[in-house]
Design a protein around this ligand. Structure first.
Ligand code: GDP
Ligand code: MG
Length: 164
């Protein structure tokens, strides 16, 4: 069967935007309100003759920081249990936050391949210095992308399929 790749991350970092960019059609829901995506939406993706199943793990809109964190733990656990490769997505504009570090700890302990993707890097010139902060998560080299402008997506997919 095909490898499974799961996208996890805080509400509003751009999980659904990335999912839709890779799925090539608007399957997942993207709204300006954080966290509107329904649980686990699937798409078939192909890159350089590698076929895989992509999962968007976005949850119901959380109301509080506590709920955001518990929901992220739940999503990370789903990804750990079901995915062969995990795309952990963060937001360069919000920067590194505590919830990112907590989820990174969970993912690290799982020993699954994790790609640390830093989204909303719409301009490499403007944002690259901010990307380096994400090395502090200790789960590898941050991969800068702009899901909205589809920048860096090919390089990211190259890294994904290396783990199949
Ligand atoms: P999710 O909650 O993680 O699924 O995030 P969404 O995909 O719904 O995106 C949340 C918001 O971030 C939306 O307003 C998107 O348009 C915006 N967004 C997503 N990707 C990018 C990006 O690469 N650059 C910028 N500037 N905004 C983005
Ligand atoms: Mg979403």
């Amino acid at each position: 069967s095909k490898p499974v790749v799961a996208i996890v991350g805080r509400p509003n970092v751009g999980k659904s935007t990335l999912f839709n960019a890779l799925a090539g059609e608007q399957i997942s829901i993207v709204k300006d309100t954080p966290g509107v995506t329904r649980d686990r939406i699937y798409a078939d993706v192909e890159w350089l003759n590698h076929k895989f199943t992509l999962i968007d793990t976005g949850g119901i809109e959380p109301e509080s920081k506590d709920i955001i964190l518990s929901q992220m733990r739940e999503q990370a656990q789903i990804a750990i249990d079901t995915a062969d490769v995990i795309i952990f997505i963060t937001d360069v504009r919000q920067g590194l936050v505590d919830a990112d570090a907590k989820v990174a700890d969970m993912l690290r302990r799982s020993h699954k391949p994790v790609l640390l993707v830093v989204n909303k890097v719409d301009s490499f010139k403007k944002f690259m210095t901010d990307v380096y902060e994400f090395y502090n998560l200790g789960i590898g080299d941050p991969i800068p992308v702009s899901a909205a402008s589809q920048l860096g997506i090919g390089d990211m997919l190259d890294e994904v399929v290396k783990h199949f």
